[in-house]
Design a protein around this ligand. Sequence first.
Ligand code: CO8
Length: 261
Amino acid sequence: MTSAQFDTLLLEVDSDRIATLTINRPDKLNALNAQVLDELKKAFEEINGDVRIGAVIVTGAGDKAFVAGADIKELNRLNSTEGQKLAAKGQAIFSQIENCTKPVIAIVNGYALGGGAELAMACHLRIATENAVFGLPEVSLGLIPGYGGTQRLPQLVGKSKAMELILTGRQIKAHEAEEEGLVNDVVPSEESHEAAKKIAGKMLKNGPVALSKAIAAVNAAYRSEGFSKEAELFGELCDTEDFKEGTTAFLEKRKADFKGR
Ligand code: CO8
């Protein structure tokens, strides 16, 4: 079964009840613009309600990127109120993915930066291809992660490592991500779908209601006030000169010159 109602996503379901949801903007390295976010919301509503689907694989189109972040062109125009609102909207969609009643496995097939890393972290498991690169480079744009990254990265790798990665914006490769507990496995690119389907297949031998309750029970330990604080602080940054400079510098393909204002 394939679903044709999306412009920026591909949704296919195989005979093993495994859906593959592909973010499909390869010319922009699958960056998350408003349309991708809206379609992700709709796709997960559909996935949750479709009895033919037992598990979901999320990946990016092309061989270069999973998702290279939120669309910086759209971010550049935000004021503080809009920034906070967009962060809260993205957080709600990623929380919908995290709370999907069916297992969600990300195949991280290249760059997973900023919002892309945040999307991967909202999935239940992550399988990285050998060329995967993870990072929260937002501070290099005069920003902070706004789609839950300041909350989920410490949950996955511990506070100390998360602070290092968030404050430096350093990008890490697949094997370091595995050592840090950020990904479950690293596999060659051509084996990634087979690997994800194998693990999804093992899950699907179990009781579907039990799977959904297990997801809800694990997630119950990870709710935090920090998400709304993150959105509020992201919004505050949208009114700074550094945010304008950082995002404009990226779009003009030059180095940012931050003034601390
Ligand atoms: N947004 C918009 N466009 C992008 C993005 C992005 N995040 N990433 C890549 N693109 C575009 C490029 O502009 C380029 O477009 P064009 O061909 O029109 O010039 C195209 O994709 C291909 O990219 P590159 O030419 O840059 O490819 P390279 O192989 O040279 O570099 C990189 C690949 C290193 C991944 C590089 O593209 C890059 O650094 N991208 C940006 C990574 C980044 O900083 N991501 C974080 C963005 S901020 C964020 O995600 C915040 C999330 C929280 C939001 C909260 C609420 C709003």
